[in-house]
Design a protein around this ligand. Sequence first.
Ligand code: UT7
Length: 321
Amino acid sequence: MIRSVIRGSGSALPRTAVSNAELAERVDTSDEWIVERTGIRQRYIAEDDETTSSLAVEASRKALEAAGLEAKDIDLIVLATATPDQTFPATATLVQHALGCNGGIAFDVGAVCSGFLYAMASADSMLRTGMAKRALVIGSETFSRILDWEDRTTCVLFGDGAGALVLEAQDVAEGGPGVLASKLHADGAHNELLYVDGGPSTTQTVGKLRMKGREVFRHAVVNLAAVLEETLAEVGLGPDDIDWVVPHQANARILDATARKLGLPVEKVIVTVDRHANTSAASVPLAFDAGVRDGRIKPGDLVMFEAMGGGFTWGASLVRL
Ligand code: UT7
């Protein structure tokens, strides 16, 4: 059977890390509050010359190197972002041109913090139906550009970065590697809980991020636990079969609460929120790449990717490496 197999991963972070203490010099907050409520200790903030596309290109080059492939081997780029370089064209096309693999398919996916899950499921479907052979699936964000730095309830939570996976269509045997199941959901009733207050068609401005954090938190734990169970049920597996959970990194307390709800040991959860903060669509591939490069995630492992964000949107993908 044809499955989408992960051949390699890569990630990129801006040059500048900003600690909670440094942030507290500019914003009415404290290291204690941020660590206790979120687990975040620092975030990376892009300089003017660092963009969503430049971070995506760096992450993609590293993913290609890890896969032992060249840019010319890629015929599909799906890039998840809520902070594109330009309103159009798609940032994926800028990445394609910078890498030098022009001619294949390239498009952006907008599902905010769940964007990487939506991008991965889209690429997986296109690979399995033969529309493409090898894909770069990228999550890249410069959320610092859409933060209201006067709003302490949001600006301390986010950071910038990018992560990328190379997915390849392979003919694999039962029990072999590849994406086993993906589940995606959206519920547009909750726009006012997490949104950006601008856009080309309404205000003709980019706008700033607005969030009612406490309500989002509540929905996140319920929706994530449900979609993880749904994804496992699709392939007849249970929480005990999972080697690693690679979650969207919004808040350490959400990671703990979701793991507890499913009876998963917290040791199986890859956590990078302390170093990266919430990088929206980039957080899942950034966390995966960290787990691979530090030797925890290994070939043969069963990995659950999951995320929830603005829309609301949420989803999960179960992958055998
Ligand atoms: O990636 C998309 C999904 N996003 C999420 O999943 C985010 C989900 N939500 C959360 O992570 C948490 O709700 C937050 C971290 C955003 C907030 O934590 P909380 O425990 O829900 O705090 P809260 O919003 O209820 O605020 C508690 C208090 C308030 O003061 P009062 O009203 O109790 O006097 C806030 O004004 O903390 C205050 N506060 C702050 N204090 C110092 C809010 N932000 C800050 C701050 N520094 N940065």
